[in-house]
Design a binder for this molecule. Structure first.
Ligand code: PXP
Length: 237
């Protein structure tokens, strides 16, 4: 089974555009769960242009499924995560001010740093996932660090999907086999959508979770949030 975690950053972006509390991200998180989402993801960035650090405790108090906090493990981020103890923390090497995460960790070059952070989070009972590009050496590096899971960066896959889907998915297919073999769980995210999601799932064995934000919120403008979540869940069946 592949779980659908809805990334609600874009909902916060819309709220922040007006400075009030509309839409209410906490209510949206609860509604996503009501509509069938199996997890809620937030990605608080240092500039807080999407979800704010102060949103996290309020979300933690209401999320009943899986709560996933992703981001770059700065001291401020680590404090937030350790204080709020989500089920999962996804570590992402995004530079401050980057438009969106566009690459994974070099798990070899950052081995000792990632090991230290991973150990600290796991000691607090938090599952650790490392955002990586689909390259065997980074999967092996993530295992060496002691991470519980990897999250494949799927932006490149999504881009190439429309011209050559077999070629687009091939690195993920190979790396998934390796991950299954060495015993590290597999998540995926970035630019997954109603066009590419089923194909990705069918080709990546042992896919445990996808986190999807941008396309779900864009589709919800046309189909509504409840229908949209059902449509995504159907792709994962
Ligand atoms: N995974 C990570 C690590 C991300 O940074 C993001 C974007 O915040 C996503 C998944 C979700 O990507 P998208 O919004 O394109 O679905």
């Amino acid at each position: 089974m592949t779980r659908l975690s809805v990334n609600i950053n874009k909902v916060a972006l819309l709220r922040n555009a007006r400075g009030g509390n509309l839409p209410n991200v906490v209510q949206v998180a609860m509604d996503c769960e009501e509509f069938g989402a199996q997890g809620i993801t937030v990605h608080p960035r240092p500039d807080e242009r999407h979800v704010r650090f102060s949103d996290v405790p309020a979300l933690k108090a209401v999320v009943r499924t899986e709560f996933n906090i992703e981001g770059n493990p700065t001291p401020e981020f680590m404090k937030l995560v350790l204080e709020n103890r989500p089920h999962q923390c996804t570590l992402v090497p995004d530079a401050p001010g980057v438009l969106t995460s566009d690459q994974g960790w070099d798990t070899l070059a950052n081995e000792s740093f990632l090991k230290e952070i991973t150990t600290e989070l796991q000691a607090a009972g938090i599952r650790v996932s490392l955002f990586v590009d689909a390259e065997e050496r980074f999967v092996e590096g993530a295992k060496k660090v002691g991470a519980d899971r990897i999250e494949f960066y799927t932006g490149g896959f999504a881009h190439l999907y429309y011209s050559n889907k077999e070629q687009a998915v091939e690195p993920h297919r190979r790396c998934a086999l390796l991950a299954n073999q060495i015993g590290i769980g597999i998540n995926a995210g970035h630019d997954l959508n109603l066009d590419n999601l089923r194909f990705f799932k069918e080709n990546v064995s042992g896919l445990l979770e996808v986190s999807i934000g941008h396309a779900i919120i864009a589709d919800a403008l046309y189909f509504g949030l409840s229908n949209t979540i059902q449509m995504y869940l159907r792709q994962l069946r």
